[in-house]
Ligand binder design. Structure first.
Ligand code: GSH
Length: 288
């Protein structure tokens, strides 16, 4: 279970005791393939903040561990504990880290630019993140789950506490690209790429000429699209392509995106992405 890394701070006396003993350190609860957690790791790397890794293995169901649920009752990563305080929600965590720690400022100073930065991060939270899950499932996760046999598939679906999610997962796993919300998700990304390309035509980064939290927020999603074999989406988007190359060149990119991603998972995602190409192309033709 995930608390194994906290030797000497056993869970018997409860979370408050554990937090109090940890003092001023910054602990980050995260997982290698989580896009939201990668967003937070990017900020940590950009600002060169010292942090302690608390790995929550989502694939092993550690997000449902009762001790972790005390940190994030929504059973999701990332979460941080800093100076004894728990904070969840990746976008808020990123802003908090930028405000609370020295280092490069990732939030523009001007109020209007700040609002424009938040237009991007709001879109990530409200539209882009929800669209990522169906795509990731139908391109890659479903194959690994189906390979374990029918009983394991049912167990996987049943492990989700929310009935609506159970139904959606069932369709992603059994119907793949035929699941009802997949075309909608692809359409969301097609629109995103169009919006980003347009914004990047006039400036180096998403909000003006400095790298901001908006660029960091979108980076893990661009990377996920690429890993899932969806780079066709920016074949005719030269400004986006230039931005993505620049983001990849930053020293934060590789450690934030790949250091915690098990190689086997990375290879599987890339291979499944290639395998899904004909279906991706067919779906894109249908929604064009
Ligand atoms: N709005 C939340 C979303 C967090 C979220 O969905 N995290 C995913 C990983 S990216 C997760 O932990 N999922 C748990 C699961 O798959 O059961 C945030 O931005 O932090």
């Amino acid at each position: 279970m995930f608390l194994r890394e906290q030797s000497g701070h056993g869970s018997a006396k409860g979370l408050q005791h554990v937090i109090a003993k940890r003092g001023r350190m910054l602990e980050v609860y995260h997982h290698g393939s989580s896009v939201c957690a990668a967003k937070v790791r990017l900020v940590l790397m950009e600002k060169q903040i010292e942090w302690t890794s608390r790995y929550v293995d989502l694939l092993a169901g550690e997000q449902f561990d009762p001790e972790y649920l005390k940190i994030n009752p929504r059973a999701a990563v990332p979460a941080i504990i800093h100076d004894g305080a728990v904070l969840t929600e990746s976008t808020l965590i990123c802003e908090y880290l930028d405000d609370a720690f020295p280092g490069a400022r990732l939030k523009p100073a001007a109020p209007l630019a700040q609002a424009r930065m938040r237009l991007w991060t709001k879109q990530v939270d409200e539209e882009i993140h929800p669209a990522t899950r169906p795509l990731t499932y139908v391109v890659t996760h479903r194959h690994a789950i189906l390979a374990r046999g029918e009983a394991a598939v049912e167990e996987h679906i049943a492990s989700d506490p929310h009935p609506a999610w159970r139904e959606r997962k069932r369709r992603w796993i059994y119907d793949g690209f035929g699941a009802p919300d997949v075309a909608l998700a692809l359409g969301t990304f097609v629109r995103l790429l169009q919006d980003m390309d347009r914004a990047l035509e006039g400036s180096e980064w998403l909000v003006g000429d400095s790298y901001t939290l908006a660029d960091g927020a979108l980076t893990p999603y661009a990377n996920r699209l690429e890993m899932l074999g969806l780079s066709e989406l920016w074949r005719d988007r030269p400004h986006f392509a230039r931005w993505f190359a620049a983001v990849k060149d930053r020293p934060s990119f590789a450690p934030a995106l790949f250091d915690y991603l098990p190689q086997e998972l990375r290879d599987r995602m890339l291979a499944d992405g290639q395998r899904a190409l004909p279906q991706v192309r067919e779906s894109l033709r249908r929604i064009a």
